[in-house]
Write a protein that binds this ligand. Sequence first.
Ligand SMILES: C[S@@+](CC[C@H](N)C(=O)[O-])C[C@H]1O[C@@H](n2cnc3c(N)ncnc32)[C@H](O)[C@@H]1O
Length: 265
Amino acid sequence: MPGIKRLRAPIVYQGGKFKEIHHIFEHEPSDIGTFVDVFGGGGVVALNFSARGVSTHYNDLFSPLVLMYQTLQDQAATEALQKRLDSITPSLQEHAAICCGEKGVLERLFYITRCTMGVDPHYTKTPTPRFRERTTELKTSILPPSVKLVDYVPHVSKWRITQKDFRDVLAEYKDDADAFLYCDPPYVSKTTKQYTTAFTTADLLQIYEFMKDPNTKCRVMLNVDYTGWTREVFADLLRTAYPVTYGVKGTANIYQKYHLILTNY
Ligand SMILES: C[S@@+](CC[C@H](N)C(=O)[O-])C[C@H]1O[C@@H](n2cnc3c(N)ncnc32)[C@H](O)[C@@H]1O
């Protein structure tokens, strides 16, 4: 949708769909009563639906994300969180304490996603790539200067937020023809190393069966990686395939792959 300003999530998140929102909007069903982000993650899809005035339900199994958005529902709690994050001056000495969660669950979430996105400090010898060479000075603060947490409160305050397994969310909306369930699960090809939960082809097949079930009344969009397996198995639900380009700062087109949008409507 050209001309629409997209909101960014407060954290950079693995698998975040900021750059793909327009594909989701383009293929959404009509007359959405409730938007349900079944695998909410960084929350960028939920944010952009609720910004349009759509009633929104955010769900994710990972408790720090749920805590983050529950905090962003409340003005005073959000201001306090912003203060706590601003008061931390990261250093090599503080690094371990923050990463172990000693400073708080949300401090850890913001710090790790900000400084070490894609590099889990528990599994590498290099603490973080973003310290100035030969110093303990972090090049960035925990919150990017552009992120003002209070700006999220008006968007998030009306959300329903849950921390459920996706199967429970699907079951809840099965009979609800006004609901639109957006499913962006972890990639199965990488399974156990991603996030804190394992996601398997069997899980993905459960979503497929739910979508194919003639008794399912809600509209479901499944966003998955294009692989030989997904393209073959989900062929009858295929709506579109689009290219996604990954890069690192200053170097575009490191590699390109495709994502699929599958729908039951
Ligand atoms: C690909 S990410 C979603 C990214 C999100 N669309 C965004 O734009 O940031 C997948 C999410 O699914 C969550 N997840 C993994 N297994 C789950 C399950 N069984 N039920 C619900 N959520 C789950 C993970 O915690 C992760 O945040």
